[in-house]
Ligand binder design. Structure first.
Ligand SMILES: *Cc1c(COP(=O)(O)O)cnc(C)c1O
Length: 348
């Protein structure tokens, strides 16, 4: 077999991932701290994330779909997995076979689980004002869940990353639910919800983005470290005379004779065209600004001043999540989950 080195890499920092979880676990107080690992661990690799966090003591994991759950089998010892999309008709075989709990999201799913779930435990999502997935709070309080073996009753905050009055309203609605609907545990907070304070912790928290280096709210600044670092390879150094342009649409013109590094990174890898104007790469401490339009598989960086940079050298791509988010308009979530399959994910 030919061993093909992947020249496009996502360097992943195990120690930072675990340190972020530990900080979130401390900020969760007496509540257990779980982990959202849907969308392949926000693009970093769900299995690798799960193994590292399970070793650190995390017990409760969340994915979106049964296909994501199946891909994580067998689960690490002592861990539990919940499937946020619940059970549609076509999910029942997987839901009865796999050691994971569905998060039931509506009356039809509750009925389906009562009829065919064989009494196994489930989780339930109740909507407290987001109007996305979940039973309506009135339905849950009117007895829709009576007799069901509910492990964890969840709700989800719509505006936890903002100082919005909606947070307090959702908190009050969730407290009312907890007084009326029986479950083993209650869980409300995502990453940003943990930062809102002790009132939001309940029995279990469910951080996602902050595990992976996203800053959900200012309270987390200085405590959450970056985990994912894209690195691209120089395919060619292009000497561009003054006045000539670079790339599609001639969007950048060299103001003087320039050395341009062409690298193997493009929008098909999740490095989208909206990085133009702000993006940069680093090499031996120097900053190389992104120039011109990002192509599907290529991008160009101004290597002026980076003496000695040549074909085969590796550039670190600037990918600070809050900074890249405010520069591009992409969310920190989009910046991570968009990173494509051509990256070799390399844990250190
Ligand atoms: C994705 C998700 C989370 C994690 O949210 P973050 O904002 O990434 O911390 C928690 N709960 C539910 C229901 C989710 O869908």
């Amino acid at each position: 077999m030919i061993d093909i080195a992947a020249p496009l890499r996502l360097r992943l920092d195990s120690a930072a991932l675990v340190a972020n979880w530990r900080w979130l676990a401390r900020a969760s107080g007496a509540a257990a701290c779980g982990a959202a690992i849907k969308a392949d661990g926000y693009g970093l690799g769900a299995r690798a994330v799960m193994r590292r966090l399970a070793e650190a003591g995390c017990r409760d994991f969340f994915v979106a779909t049964w296909a994501e759950a199946a891909a994580l089998m067998p689960l690490p010892q002592g861990t539990a997995l919940s499937v946020l999309h619940g059970v549609g008709e076509s999910d029942m075989v997987a839901a009865r076979t796999l050691p994971a709990r569905p998060v039931l999201n509506g009356i039809a799913q509750v009925r389906r689980w009562r009829e065919a779930g064989e009494g196994r435990p489930c989780d339930v999502m109740v909507d407290t004002g987001m109007n996305r997935l979940g039973l309506r709070a009135e339905e849950a309080m009117a007895g829709a869940l009576d007799g069901l073996a509910v492990d964890t009753l969840l709700s989800h905050l719509a505006s936890a990353d903002e100082d919005s009055a909606q947070n307090g309203r959702q908190l009050a609605a969730f407290r009312a639910l907890r007084g009326r609907v029986a479950a083993r545990r209650y869980s409300l907070a995502n990453s940003a919800g943990i930062c809102l304070g002790a009132d939001y912790r309940f029995d279990l928290t469910r951080p996602g983005i902050a595990l992976y280096g996203g800053i959900p709210r200012p309270e987390a600044e200085g405590y959450i470290a970056g985990v994912a670092f894209p690195e691209a390879r120089v395919l060619q150094i292009c000497d561009v005379p003054a006045g000539e342009s670079v790339g599609y649409g001639a969007a950048w013109t060299a103001p003087a004779a320039s050395r341009i590094a062409i690298v193997n990174l493009g929008y098909a890898d999740g490095y989208l065209r909206c990085h133009a104007g702000h993006g940069a790469a680093r090499w031996q401490g120097r900053r190389l600004p992104l120039v011109g339009r990002v192509s599907m598989d290529l991008a160009a960086f101004d290597a002026g001043g980076a003496e000695g940079l040549g074909e085969g050298d590796c550039l670190a791509i600037d990918y600070d999540l809050p900074a890249a988010s405010s520069a591009t308009g992409l969310s920190q979530y989009e910046l991570l989950t968009g990173l494509g399959s051509r990256f070799e994910r390399r844990w250190q």
